[in-house]
Design a protein around this ligand. Sequence first.
Ligand code: FAD
Length: 459
Amino acid sequence: MLALQALRQQARRVVEVTILEPRPVLGVGVAYSTSSPVHLLNTRACNMSVTDDPDDFVRWLRAERPRRILNWTRDDFAPRAYFGEYLQARLREACAASHLNVHWLRDPVDAVKRTGDSWEIIPAHGDALPADAVILATGNERPRPLARDLQPAAQSLVIEDPWDAEQKAAIPADAPVLLVGTSLTAVDIALELLHRGHKGPITAISRHGLLPRSHGPLAPAREGLLNALPSSVRALVRHVREVTANDPGGEKWRRVFTDLRGITPSLWRGLSVTERRRFLRHLRVIWDVHRHRLPPLVHSRLQRAITARRLTIVRGRIVAIEPADSQSLRVVSESRGASRVFHVARVVNCTGPELNPANSSNPLLQGLVLDGVARLDALGMGLAVDAESRVIGANGSAHATLFALGALTRGTRWEISAIPELRDQANAVARQLLQTFERRRARVRAAESRTDGSLRMSA
Ligand SMILES: Cc1cc2nc3c(=O)[nH]c(=O)nc-3n(C[C@H](O)[C@H](O)[C@H](O)COP(=O)(O)OP(=O)(O)OC[C@H]3O[C@@H](n4cnc5c(N)ncnc54)[C@H](O)[C@@H]3O)c2cc1C
């Protein structure tokens, strides 16, 4: 998005962009590489454009993936795979623009090193690449493993990466399956299994047992909420409770969360680290289920599966996963002092991404923190960045030409996963980057004219 949306619009000179991405398809990441028709965007089409035109995605849908009856509208929730195709189409157009040279190396990056004023990128294979600026956009890390100490045979029954298509395809259709997590990933996996005819019982378990809520009708944004918002979490909760009193249809709380969307970064910045911790400890789950809502169609499919007892939602914390026999696992959970035992053929880790880059399995992120090029943010949820998304090193100062985008900046911005927020951040980083390049060019020009002068003088 940085390459195509922001640089394309703002660059005045040719910019050479190299994208290092090991996936077979560029631009789709985990979210948009799914081909399952039940995996829908959880954001309305009018919020998914990668250009500044809010109707760009809807127009693309209508032209390229038209529906015969009731063609796409701004309020629709399209399949995620379509968004991946749209993104690639726009990237192809951007690559055709004369002032943007995009190269794609299908290789992971092992390390990024500082060399004087610039950077050296060390890919897993091949030669190091020089770069004037580096943008880290590594997205979500894999979940923290659920079971590390099992023998390989039992380990193969635990699917640690919920997006591993091969492992999911190998789940027998009549097998009892336990999904650990009840949030968006668990919803995706449950519906994917049911769609392809899974007959065995599916259970989803989490500490709170809460499912994401459904989107309602499109609610208009409301003025004035920001002025009323206080800077402590306790007062914030009181305020939201007051605003959403007498709300049987759920229209008010949905409107509050729509309004909060635009002001979340400033609200988050206004909270002290202690307050942010308090929010994460007490309110995160509640926030997530209201803020990250399901398309109504997905929500009703989910409710139907629960009513038909094809999916069961359970509250509890996993305390043990052990082999039962060669084909199944015994999983023990605990909730309020009571234990429960599940015998299942597969466990799928739907606990969400590992937030701490230093604990991730990504050598690039581990190395950046270890070398002191980057440091963790105060909450250990990402890399420390300044207000311009520049990465802050262990010495406390921000690098002028090393940026982080998206999930890596979660600790500083809190809500930075969905396309509208990513688009804003990419735009701002592109502006910042191009200004930095302009300043550097001006310095070089000034230095050259000084050198020319002295040469002329000596001549
Ligand atoms: C399942 C899911 C569904 C989502 N649905 C929506 C939605 O409906 N609407 C919405 O607005 N948002 C949605 N999001 C959030 C958001 O839009 C996506 O996460 C978005 O794809 C983030 O883009 P990204 O480029 O930051 O990260 P990603 O798309 O995750 O891409 C990061 C890429 O970095 C690569 N990478 C990582 N480490 C390295 C390395 N060392 N070297 C080279 N490459 C590396 C990875 O291979 C990966 O492809 C969803 C997210 C998920 C996970």
